[in-house]
Design a protein around this ligand. Structure first.
Ligand code: ZN
Ligand code: ZN
Length: 315
């Protein structure tokens, strides 16, 4: 199974000298359980470049490509690349969009994103065939008759966000956990929380059991995974200031991934204000205390899952 990063940044794109090393585009990860099966995690601005590469060769160049696009949630940094995804503008290609929503259909959300005056071409009018799969909490499903198995879990993030696990019949596995707050203080998702909670106040017992169940779901996604890609946008003081924004620190991620027996952790959804240099210092700090491999996700980096972790094959 091959994993390639096209966008690793959180919140908004920040290309420029301070971020050229890791990249400034927002969330997008290509996953190939096998060469002829394409899954894409999130449609942030990194998706544009992936699309341009795809249409250079078959099957997308011939209008015979299929892209399974798994959306974690519909905040801008996870969907902004979709209108610029070149395979959409070629007849015969198929894009299947997966995601979970609460009160509205996915098709409504994505059609609105490209409605006048936001964008000149509506998603319903593109040349490719676009279809939707609405997910429910804890969904599990096969793609291409079992060539990949996908499992989902709820994340602790405003509105609705879903984490994914992708497994191959050979037992290779990958978990994608973006975006999520840790599971210790505040339940996010039901209503807008304007201010962070009092840091010293414990959650109610209802909230504590919801958080415990959510955490168990995420641990299950990461169980013995070759690679876990995890939202680690915050440093601890940033988390303490804004726990209601729905993001974790590398320490929160490491805690979960090591408990789950995950073999490698890719820090992901980097803070838009974090330079390459600052991020490198964070990786060094976390790697020092980790029992597993820790790296920063980087645009252009490709990893191969080996069954006992990952190896870098590009970038
Ligand atoms: Zn995000
Ligand atoms: Zn978000």
């Amino acid at each position: 199974m091959l994993v390639r990063f096209w966008g690793v940044r959180g919140s908004y794109p920040v290309p420029g000298p301070a971020t050229n090393g890791l990249g400034g585009q927002t969330a997008c990860v290509e996953v190939r359980p096998r060469d002829d099966l394409l899954l894409v995690l999130d449609a942030g601005t990194g998706l544009r470049k992936l699309g341009r590469e795809l249409v250079k060769e078959p099957p997308f160049a011939l209008g015979q490509g299929v892209c399974h696009l798994l959306i974690s949630h519909t905040h801008w940094d996870h969907i902004q690349g979709l209108p610029f995804f070149a395979p959409l503008y070629q007849q015969g290609n198929r894009v299947v969009i997966y995601g979970q929503q609460r009160d509205v259909h996915l098709s409504h959300i994505f059609s609105n994103q490209t409605q006048d005056p936001y964008f000149p071409v509506g998603l319903a009018e593109v040349d490719a065939e676009v279809s939707y799969r609405e997910l429910v909490e804890g969904a599990r499903f096969d793609v291409n008759e079992g060539a990949a198995r996908v499992s989902c879990a709820r994340l602790n993030h405003p509105y609705v966000a879903v984490g994914y696990r992708i497994e191959t019949p050979e037992g290779l596995s990958l978990a994608y956990v973006s975006d999520t707050a840790p599971f210790d203080r505040i339940v996010l998702g039901y209503e807008f929380v304007k201010d962070g909670p009092d840091p010293d106040q414990a959650p109610s017992s209802d909230d504590a059991s919801t958080l415990k169940a959510m955490r168990a779901g995420v641990v299950a996604l990461c169980q013995d995974a070759d690679l876990v890609i995890y939202d680690t946008m915050f440093e601890m003081e940033e988390y303490r200031r804004s726990p209601h924004w729905g993001h974790s620190t590398p320490e929160h991620a490491l805690d979960i991934v090591q408990e789950a027996g995950g073999r490698a952790l890719a820090l992901f959804h980097h803070h838009p204000g974090r330079s390459d240099e600052a991020q490198a210092a964070i990786v060094r700090r976390v790697a020092d205390k980790a029992h597993i491999e820790v790296m920063a996700a980087r645009e252009g980096m490709a990893l191969r899952c080996t069954g006992s972790g990952v190896e870098v094959v590009e970038g």
